[in-house]
Design a binder for this molecule. Structure first.
Ligand SMILES: Nc1ncnc2c1ncn2[C@@H]1O[C@H](COP(=O)(O)OP(=O)(O)OP(=O)(O)O)[C@@H](O)[C@H]1O
Ligand SMILES: [Mg+2]
Length: 227
């Protein structure tokens, strides 16, 4: 269970998050939406302990996530894929996976390559020469090397062609089904994300303005009033 308890956070005088809460049972899939500056990235950073909340807390399986030690949070089972291409460009695909799994079971790379046959084909290729979609797939594979219970993704579709976005989303669904991994996906592409997540939050100026199922949100004609 991953619990977000009345979380408030900010930077200096700015409040970026105010009283955001959610309770996610193991394996849940949550989408977080909202306009630019709504606080989505700040929320992910609090979840992984990269940013200290001003009030409230994040609790993983009954124990608080303490800020300031992201590596410890990753070892407890929360992996974070920040926005952008998070790969080592001069290392090969296989070396990237091995590096990501250094503190874990390196043998798991075989499992990751089975899920992503395209990475298997490219295993000897330098990551910097992969396409944007392939690099995103590799970043996802690297996050999986830490055997996470929870996978946090900040705008995984950024810069990808629509057909590749569909692939990335279906890979996330595959990963979640194969390993029971919970997903927390921050996205601007709401329709694509609604195909993968079950629950959603919409943030506006740091506050939750919608909380409900993906089906409810998909059926809402006035969805855009929150953006
Ligand atoms: N390091 C920082 N220092 C000061 N202010 C920050 C910092 N990071 C974010 N902010 C501010 O906090 C607010 C929330 O930012 P955040 O990055 O969480 O938004 P977001 O919802 O992820 O936006 P986007 O969709 O543009 O990525 C914004 O007003 C932003 O300017
Ligand atoms: Mg952001």
């Amino acid at each position: 269970m991953l619990e977000i308890r009345s979380l408030s956070a900010g930077y200096g005088a700015l409040n970026a998050l105010e009283g955001v809460s959610a309770r996610l049972p193991a394996g849940a899939r949550l989408g977080i939406f909202g306009h630019n500056g709504a606080g989505k990235t700040t929320l992910l950073r609090c979840l992984v302990g990269a940013h200290a909340a001003r009030a409230g807390e994040v609790v993983l399986d009954g124990e608080p996530v303490r800020p300031g030690n992201v590596a410890a949070t990753v070892r407890r089972g929360i992996a974070f894929v920040p926005q952008g291409h998070n790969v080592f460009p001069t290392l090969t695909v296989a070396q990237n996976l091995a590096t990501a799994g250094l503190l874990f079971d390196g043998g798991f790379a075989g499992e990751v390559l089975r899920i992503f046959p395209l990475l298997e084909e490219r295993r000897g290729q330098r990551a910097g020469s992969l396409s944007g979609g392939e690099q995103q797939m590799l970043a996802l594979g690297m996050a999986l090397m830490t055997r996470p219970k929870w996978l946090l993704l900040d705008e995984p579709s950024t810069g990808l062609a629509p057909v590749i976005v569909r692939d990335v989303m279906s890979q996330l669904a595959t990963v979640s089904a194969a390993f029971g991994t919970g997903l927390v996906i921050v996205e601007q592409n709401v329709p694509a994300t609604l195909k993968v997540v079950e629950h959603c939050l919409i943030l506006k100026s740091g506050r939750t303005v919608f909380e409900g199922t993906a089906a409810t949100l998909a059926a809402k004609p006035d969805l855009w009033e929150w953006f």
